[in-house]
Design a protein around this ligand. Structure first.
Ligand code: N01
Length: 544
């Protein structure tokens, strides 16, 4: 590391430029980046992680908006690789909040001495593959450069924030921000007239929290969502002991489920039991915390068809029960997409917010936002005066964060150009013509850490295989990639997630190709596939 390379200056004289050299560069120090660093270092690779933020944590560093928290169980989300860490760390709540999650990731960075290999405030602006030397050259915004054999993008699937292209934002006299770039110093909302645009998982968490302190809240909703009560609570001492004693079983359960969550579907069909039994199960699970309401329900509740619609109506009625004004209630009841076809937000008092006198729900499907004015938001039929506008408008998912890196592979081809009509990868992880690049962020979904750990393990094993067999390059073959892209399209067409317009299929970004951006397969199927690929000498990969 820290080798010097001789280059010729513009004046034609030799100059010596310092260029840091590593076996692997990791972009991003969030949950996957931190674990990648830990694992690769343990395997003897020299590693450097470049992190855009001023601290570690990725999603949990940037998303400081009020109400931000896990909606998978805290003890299923933490890292499993260190028994000591599991026993040392006390999750305080069943669904832990952002400040605590950020504290946890900082604790991990300190405990495993990861910081010495992390460069913070380091935004990568390009990564170029040097074909002669089989190395990646990474350029940072501040001029710093580094090279490595392997490049790992652990930049998250939901980190490139999406701001709608509303005219007039610069004319707004008040303050505004996107939830994914919430100011570290916070935003003073007390006594303010606040507008929130967007009612996805983020908006739903935020709205319920800030409604407690603002003078007036205007919520601009384009699509009503199916949401369910989170039912968070503190973890008492006895439960803490039980959790710590049962980590092996908790993780085993997670590894057996499609999304790596701890809940297992009921194998029965909702329609094969009596209406009474069906309702009893719906109600019993509704009273429970977290995702259990659908992920431990009759299995066909999450498959297009009769059971799905039956449960959707149950949830619609739950919304109607909580909102006093029947007109407002109907605005909040989703009718244009199937239950589970969009990511289901969990909420804490969200619907009750609309019973407050100082809260107004505006339907921007009926009267779209036309522009931002100096005073606030102008829709097709009114102008809403605001002191603060919060954009909870989501993310250019999966490919957005990769495109920002400006990655150039063999022959100078950019990943952005290659992905114009959707990602072209093999198993989400490698793209033909981009040797030694592992897009870890594009292949991990579900209960994130549970999915990411085995993925990082697989990638590090592949890197060891390259090293031990004296290869210099590994990348997907065009054949394997084509077959995978076809598989994603065919298998993806059958699943619930592709049935609605959401970030899962890029439909939330105007002009973005409509393609499933994640794997259509369950986590156990993906892991088995990767194991088989490795067992067959990295079948589908070109090793040179
Ligand atoms: O983003 P979204 P998000 N005019 O895309 C609206 C994860 N997450 O940040 O539905 C008006 O879901 C848009 O309207 P519509 C989770 O995976 C996890 O909320 O497109 N409105 C929608 O209401 C989640 O799925 C946690 O019609 C506009 C909203 O903005 C993912 O992050 C917590 C608009 C965007 O919703 C993304 O969630 C939070 C426009 N021009 C998030 N453009 C955990 O608990 C967009 N919208 C771990």
């Amino acid at each position: 590391m820290g080798n010097s390379r001789k280059q010729t200056s513009a004046a034609g004289t030799d100059m010596v430029e310092k260029m840091d050299e590593f076996d692997a560069i990791i972009i991003g120090a969030g949950v996957t980046g931190l674990y990648s660093l830990y694992r690769l270092r343990k395997l003897g690779f020299s590693v450097r992680a470049f992190e855009e933020g001023g601290g570690v944590g990725g999603t949990w560093f940037w998303n400081r908006y009020p109400g931000c928290r896990f909606d998978s169980e805290s003890y299923t989300y933490g890292y499993s690789f260190s028994e000591e860490l599991l026993q040392e760390w006390d999750w305080k709540e069943h669904y832990s909040s952002q400040p605590e999650n950020e504290r946890y990731l900082n604790y991990v960075a300190d405990k495993f001495d990861l910081r010495r290999d992390i460069r913070l405030n380091s935004r990568v602006v390009s990564a170029v593959f040097d074909q002669d030397e089989s190395r990646w050259q990474v350029q940072l915004e501040d001029g710093h450069r580094a090279r490595s054999q392997f490049l790992i993008t652990s930049v998250g699937i939901l980190s490139a924030g999406y701001m709608p292209d509303f005219e007039g934002i610069d004319s707004f006299k008040g303050k505004w921000c996107h939830t994914g770039r919430w100011p570290a110093e916070g935003m003073d909302l007390v006594g303010k007239r606040v507008g929130v645009i967007g009612t996805g998982a983020t908006g739903v968490q935020l709205i319920a929290e800030i409604a407690k302190e603002v003078a007036h809240l205007t919520v601009f909703q384009r699509t009503a969502n199916f949401c369910a009560p989170l039912r968070n609570s503190p973890i008492d001492a006895q439960t803490q002991r039980e959790i710590k004693a049962s980590y092996p079983e908790i993780f085993k359960k997670c590894m057996e489920t499609p999304g790596s969550f701890v809940h297992q579907f009921d194998p029965r069909s909702a329609m094969e039991v009596s209406p009474e039994e069906r309702l009893e199960q719906y109600e019993r699970l509704w009273a429970e915390p977290g995702f259990k309401k659908w992920l431990a329900n009759f299995h066909d509740v999450m498959i297009p068809g009769q059971a799905n619609e039956d449960y959707a109506e149950f949830v619609r009625n739950k919304i109607r029960e909580r909102v006093h004004d029947p007109v407002v209630a109907e605005m909040l009841v989703p009718k244009d997409h199937m239950f589970g076809s969009k990511r289901l937000p969990c909420e804490s008092g969200y619907y009750e917010v609309y019973n407050q006198d100082n809260v107004l729900l505006v339907d921007v499907r009926a009267a779209p936002i036309e522009r931002i004015t100096p005073k606030g938001v102008k829709t097709a039929d009114a102008e809403y005066e605001l002191d603060v506008i919060i954009f909870a408008t989501g993310y250019d998912a999966v490919t957005g964060s990769l495109n920002k890196l400006d990655i150039h592979g063999e022959g100078g081809q950019t990943l952005k150009d290659k992905f114009t009509n959707g990602p072209r990868t093999y198993m989400g992880i490698s793209s033909a013509g981009f040797p030694n690049l592992f897009t870890i962020n594009a292949a991990s979904v579900g209960n994130f850490v549970r999915a990411a750990e085995p993925l990082v393990d697989w990638v590090s094993d592949a890197m060891c295989y390259v090293r031990e067999n004296q290869f210099t390059r590994i990348s997907a073959t065009f054949e394997a990639e084509d077959a995978w892209v076809d598989h994603v399209a065919e298998a993806g067409a059958k699943i619930l997630r592709t049935q609605a317009d959401s970030w899962f299929v890029g439909a939330n970004i105007p002009g973005k190709a409509r393609v499933l951006l994640t794997s259509p397969d369950s986590a156990p199927v993906m892991r088995a596939m990767r194991t088989e690929v490795a067992a067959n000498g990295y079948e589908g990969f070109l090793l040179q």
